[in-house]
Design a binder for this molecule. Structure first.
Ligand code: WT7
Length: 633
């Protein structure tokens, strides 16, 4: 690729070009792809709408840039290495030629089952290559995929199906995760009781668990592809045709469907992959995320495959069957770039160095971090013990909405500074604003992180509700995209992300709206009111702490707490289950009826030294009751 940056001065030059002449810059990058018809204009935009169009009127198919563009040179190269949950099961290696054939077969099957351009298809699958194949097949025919993390509950799945009016679900019979065997198809069946748009369900056989197949609706993956051709003519899509919807949590209401479109996402997911990880031809690259999150979309599937890279997909969990599993996999496949989340690092750090002893980790050239701020201790542990002090560590800041990495060192190029996401990628114009929206220029400043100019993979809308997109991202500081994160620019001009400044918490790198968890808790018939806050958690980064006012008749406190946790698990999924539930007689409220979360956060953090002024509360006496209820006196 002619746009790979190789030196620090090269980075500064490219950065400057991208700011001075963004259209020329991205037009040049985009020339590296194949287009069925070139664009009329690189960019038209305003953030008021918002209305953002990249590579206007161009026609293309993203998968032609993965396959047709690369097959001549990379056909026999391994595209996906798949490592199963159980290390005694055989791995799979799928070449680009094979992946192309499988994608074409499945594209034909989708079309035969009535899926057309623009239809929404839900993918609710374990970490198997077929999850990626399903995504690619949708992209090939112009269907819009929406991958739902297979750990979400049937209620959460049904909500997403209904929100985007999906026509099909692609799933599996079951899912092996660690020592668990999850009955995925049964969750889908449950969800479909509360939806009415789904016409077909395709089921990939993974665990052989018994499932009920509804005649006329449910089909086996291996049967639908059986007679299908291994070639397929890619659909001609517009640059701004929807590529996918991915649901994510915000500070209010239900999760929203972040919309990404074809051309801009393609260009930026690849540009960022190539430059941040500095992948070179023979490398084996591994990102440990799940395809159910944006990290899996951009940096397991699209970015690496557009590069023609070998991307590793791991079905299991870091500690099964032993806490050295990650390092065993690194050695087994001689992984060169390894990309994971701080929560995984901290979890493994807790086992000490012994699980590392049998592994050399010599192959590693680059290590990466994503999903939440990485604390300095974890940064050093990762850098010293996994990167052996010699691998550059890329701390990559970005979001579901940004589609790709926004602020990060470029591996081996940008000098590392522990716990700093460092510098923006070319094309990215971050600014720091104060509470009034004034830009804080210069170094040694702290405030809210905004982006002042569009980049190719910025979200275009929130599905079915453009107003919500405007309100959430473009209204807090008019004229800018607001990220929801706090940030500091240090004396060297390096950026350090400080975490969310809104009512969003980050639990093990998963984003959770406090309101969403409260809504789930409130579904319990005995619950009167609840307030959820985050608190510092050694492994998860943040844990979930719920204060709940309950009707205490007929139930013990212990029973209620357990039932509340179960309710959340059932409504959202295990990742949202509160770590702590405290039954309280009341919640601290201001005279206007707003819950004073500041106090609740302090108590949850076991830090009551400085609660600030509580005299303005409607019910100041409640504070000491909550403190003693938390056992802090
Ligand atoms: C939020 C986005 C981006 C893929 C995974 C999460 C936090 C993400 C970092 C980082 C500090 C980070 C932010 C952001 N975050 N990466 N390197 N340092 N914080 O995607 O679920 O959309 O969450 O994750 O708070 O806003 P997401």
């Amino acid at each position: 690729m002619s746009y790979k940056i190789k030196t620090l001065s090269g980075y500064f030059q490219e950065y400057q070009k991208s700011i001075d002449q963004p259209e020329k810059f991205w037009g040049h990058v985009a020339e590296n792809f194949i287009w069925k018809k070139p664009w009329d204009k690189v960019l038209s935009w305003n953030f008021e709408g918002p209305d953002i169009r990249w590579f206007e009127n161009a026609k293309l198919n993203l998968t032609e840039n993965i396959f047709e563009r690369n097959l001549v040179t990379h056909g026999e190269k391994t595209a996906i290495i798949w490592e199963p949950n159980d290390p005694s099961e055989e791995e799979r290696r799928i070449s680009y030629n094979e992946l192309f054939a499988l994608t074409c077969q499945f594209s034909n099957a989708l079309e035969l089952q009535g899926i057309q351009k623009g239809d929404r298809v839900i993918i609710y699958m374990p970490m198997v290559p077929e999850a990626a194949i399903a995504m690619l097949a949708c992209a090939r025919i112009g269907a819009v995929h929406s991958v739902v993390f297979a750990g979400f509950s049937s209620t959460a799945l049904a909500d997403r199906i209904n929100d985007c009016n999906a026509k099909m679900v692609i799933t599996s019979d079951g899912n092996f995760r660690g020592n668990k065997n999850i009955e995925v198809k049964a969750v889908v069946d449950e969800a479909l009781k509360n939806t009415n748009s789904i016409e077909k369900v395709i089921v990939y056989q993974r665990t052989n668990v018994e499932v009920t197949m509804k005649t006329g609706r449910d089909l086996w993956w291996h049967e639908v592809i059986q007679n299908e051709s291994k070639t397929h003519v890619a659909a001609t899509l517009d640059a701004e045709d929807l590529l996918f919807i991915l649901y994510t949590s915000g500070s209010t209401g239900k999760p929203k469907g972040v919309v990404h479109t074809t051309a801009g996402y393609m260009v930026y997911s690849h540009y960022s992959f190539s430059n941040v990880f500095q992948y070179t031809e023979e490398d084996v690259y591994w990102c440990t995320a799940d395809v159910g999150w944006i990290t899996g979309h951009s940096y397991i599937v699209y970015g690496p495959l557009l590069e023609g890279a070998t991307t590793l997909m791991f079905e299991g969990v870091p500690t099964y069957p032993h806490p050295g599993r990650f390092w065993e996999i690194v050695d087994k496949y001689q992984v060169n770039q390894f990309y994971t989340a701080p929560t995984a690092i901290r979890a493994l750090q807790a086992y000490g160095l012994e699980p590392l002893e049998s592994y050399s980790l010599e192959s590693l050239k680059v290590i990466g971090s994503v999903g939440e701020p990485i604390n300095e201790e974890a940064w050093h542990w990762y850098h010293d013990n996994i990167g052996k002090g010699k691998c550059p560590l890329v701390d990559t800041w970005w979001q579901t909405e940004t589609g790709g990495i926004m602020i990060s060192p470029l591996a081996g190029i940008t000098p590392n500074k522990p716990a700093h996401a460092s510098l923006p990628l070319p094309g990215i114009q971050p600014i720091i604003v104060d509470a009034e929206g004034n830009e804080l220029k210069g170094n040694n400043v702290e405030g809210n992180l905004c982006i002042k100019f569009p980049w190719p993979s910025i979200l275009r809308t929130t599905y079915g509700d453009h107003k919500r997109c405007k309100e959430t991202y473009f209204s807090t500081y008019p004229g800018f995209y607001f990220t929801g994160d706090g940030v500091k620019r240090d004396h060297d001009g390096y950026l350090r992300i400080l975490g969310r400044v809104d009512d969003v918490i980050n639990v093990s790198g998963h984003r959770m709206g406090t309101a969403e968890v409260e809504n789930a808790i409130n579904e319990h018939p005995k619950v009167i009111e609840s307030a959820v806050v985050g608190f510092p958690h050694n492994i998860k980064g943040q844990g979930i702490y719920a204060y709940v006012i309950c009707d205490m008749k007929d139930k013990s406190e212990g029973e209620l707490i357990q039932e509340i946790k179960d309710t959340v698990r059932k409504i959202i999924g295990p990742i949202a289950k509160p770590d702590a539930v405290q039954i309280v007689p009341g919640l601290p409220k201001t005279r206007s009826g707003k819950i004073m979360r500041r106090i609740l956060r302090k108590v949850a953090s076991k830090d009551i030294s400085n609660l600030g002024d509580i005299s303005t509360l409607l019910n100041p006496e409640i504070v000491s009751q909550i403190i003693s209820g938390a056992g802090l006196e």
